[in-house]
Design a protein around this ligand. Structure first.
Ligand code: ATP
Length: 594
């Protein structure tokens, strides 16, 4: 159990010693051990701070507390703290390839006689970083800088290394959220068999710091008692993909619910009487973008307190027809909500309910949730339960798919009538069936932009192509998979550099893996949707290296930008290497069959 006396404060040097070890380790067991002993040393009240910092955050994602200070700003802070000329700092940064390593080296050389009277504590570091994240308005850059420099001046070179990395949003300890849960199970609940309970609590609250603290304060029964809560977003249930109706039927035991899969934005709607909060697919608050959706939830959802999910689509109010996704994204980018609401009205197709009238429904089979959904969602011009068909026939599914497409959908989402709502997991309880699967094309692939190449000819002076990366979930990094230059409109070519500017990096970002060297590097932040004719083996892209053939990674053939910037996806929500390997195998199977 937690051995530290409550009045003790955890020294930050203890934290960075552990971080140093974590960085050097690769095995999950060893990493878990280091984390477990760090958790044991941490006073209960400080556990959330430790957990968030170890995740490279300050608060759970859904609260929207942003750290990520710009590269330029980090260099300025380090210049002041080290007393060295800015050129020397920049040189050291480019040589080291990372701000933390540069800081450690420069401060070691420049400040042998670092004499801070009091050792830095975890709480001081956390509070200072939190303050920095909250400063805004005029003169905020200078105030942030002062606070950061003051923190760096009181830190040892090694502490400065991790402080700067955290401030830049580049901590990358290689610790997955689930490894933190493993460590918590062992260190706080007394055995790794308790990890599943912790995982569930995390998936339904999306707040790792809260779950770990709860484990420390209330023990196993406290964690078991965690229910979905109105106001705390649930990590979304995600779908697998298969290519034919017959395969899906077989996988689900011959009896399914086929639903329209509409092309809009996923919204998780939390209603508490007249108070509504809406979360995006990546669990950011988007209530301010959709006040009309909030109003619909109040007016047209009969349950007083409920958590529902639906697809928000742009709608033509004169004909009732749905517009494609791009139309909706105009709304997201538009300033002035009132005007945007009038110009781009939306409808909501509700497809799930996870909580209603005081009851957690996540453990109920889908059919029961659907029954409740139909009971509480009123059918209006702007709201309805998504059209659904229970069937045992592949032919019926095919026909329903055509119907869905003719009504503006992208295909079907087929659901297992018995499946619970598996928060935070991609599984076969839901299977997507899109039109593309049936032609030569693969599914669309969402990738992070990590670099750009100068253009020639008509594109001289702009960027001609971008370098894209998938997300390697296992290793927490972004290996490249493709260069892309097709599908960009003139407007895209103009706005992309502006969109990407804040993430420019003078060095290859440490979490990017690439054999190619673009003209400009970007930290992975902006995610775009692409479509390609095929996935091929490639010796020059590290995505999926060695997974199909030794020495080869995977690449996209004839990649094309679809026009969608996936604003609602973070870099970690990009298509994963694992999915791409699966898509490659699916494609191989299809070629064999034809
Ligand atoms: P994913 O969300 O699975 O990572 P993605 O964002 O690329 O992938 P798709 O692969 O197109 O999206 O499919 C999943 C999304 O489909 C859901 O997140 C949801 O927004 C949308 N969707 C549309 N209709 C439905 C429906 N009836 N049931 C569930 N999801 C639906």
């Amino acid at each position: 159990m937690n051995s530290a006396a409550p009045f003790l404060r955890l020294k930050f040097s203890t934290v960075v010693d552990a971080y140093g070890k974590l960085e050097a380790l690769s095995g999950r067991v060893a990493i878990t051990e280091v984390l477990a002993s760090l958790l044991r040393e941490t006073p209960k009240a400080e556990l959330p701070m430790l957990v968030y910092l170890t995740q490279g955050k300050l608060r759970p994602d859904y609260e929207g507390v942003e750290l990520g200070i710009a590269e330029k700003f980090a260099i300025r802070a380090l210049t002041t703290a080290s007393g060295l000329p800015v050129e020397a700092v920049k040189r050291s940064y480019v040589e080291a390839g990372d701000i933390g390593t540069a800081a450690e080296k420069l401060l070691e050389e420049g400040r042998q006689n670092h004499l801070s009277s009091e050792p830095l504590t975890l709480r001081r570091v956390y509070d200072a970083l939190f303050d920095i994240s909250q400063i805004s308005g005029s003169g905020s850059i200078e105030s942030k800088l002062r606070e950061l420099v003051s923190l760096l001046s009181d830190s040892s070179p090694k502490e400065a290394k991790y402080i700067l990395r955290t401030a830049m949003g580049e901590l990358r300890l290689g610790v997955a959220d689930f490894t933190i849960l493993d460590a918590c199970a062992v260190a706080i609940l007394g055995g790794k068999e308790h990890r599943k309970v912790l995982e569930r609590a995390y998936n339904v609250t999306s707040d790792l710091g809260h779950v770990v603290q709860l484990a420390a304060e209330k023990g196993l029964s406290g964690v078991e008692g965690v229910r979905v809560q109105v106001g705390k977003p649930i990590r979304p249930m995600l779908a697998e993909r298969l290519s034919t109706a017959a395969e899906i039927l077989e996988k689900m035991g011959g009896d399914v619910v086929a639903e329209y899969k509409l092309d809009g934005e996923r919204a998780q709607i939390h209603k508490d009487g007249a108070k509504v909060e809406i979360f995006s697919r990546r669990l950011e608050k988007i209530t301010a973008t959709y006040p009309d959706v909030a109003e619909y939830a109040v007016k047209y959802v009969k349950s007083r307190r409920a958590i529902l999910e639906g697809e928000v689509v742009a709608v033509n109010t004169e004909t009732g027809e749905y517009f494609p996704f791009q139309e909706l994204m105009h709304r997201r980018r538009k300033h002035g909500v009132q005007e945007a609401m009038q110009q781009y009205p939306v409808a909501v197709n509700f497809f799930d309910v996870m909580f209603s009238e005081g009851e957690d429904l996540t453990g109920e089979p889908y059919t029961a949730r659907r029954t409740e959904l139909e009971r509480i969602v009123q059918v209006t011009d702007f709201t309805r339960p998504v059209p659904a068909l229970r069937t045992k026939s592949a032919e019926e599914i095919e026909r329903y798919m055509e119907e869905a497409i003719s009504e503006g959908g992208e295909g079907l989402m087929v659901k297992d009538p018995r499946a619970k709502y598996t928060a935070g997991a991609r599984g076969f309880g839901w299977i997507k069936l899109k039109r593309e699967y049936r032609s030569e094309l693969t599914d669309t692939i969402d990738l992070a932009i990590v670099g750009a190449y100068h253009g020639r000819g008509r594109r001289a002076g702009a960027y001609g192509a971008y370098l894209l990366a998938a997300y390697d979930q296992k290793r927490g990094c972004f290996p490249t998979i493709s260069k892309i230059g097709t599908g960009f409109s003139d407007e895209d070519l103009e706005r992309f550099p502006k969109l990407l500017k804040p993430y420019e990096s003078s060095v290859k970002p440490p979490n990017v893996e690439s054999m190619l060297v673009p003209d400009v590097w970007y930290r992975p932040k902006v995610v775009i949707e692409t479509i390609a004719s095929e996935i091929t083996l490639s010796p020059i892209h590290p995505a999926g290296m060695d997974s199909i053939r030794k020495g080869s990674g995977l690449a996209l053939r004839f990649p094309k930008f679809t026009g969608k910037v996936r604003d609602e996806k973070g870099p970690e929500d990009a298509t994963t290497v694992k999915e791409i390997v699966e898509m490659y195998n699916l494609q191989k199977k299809r070629i064999k069959e034809n």
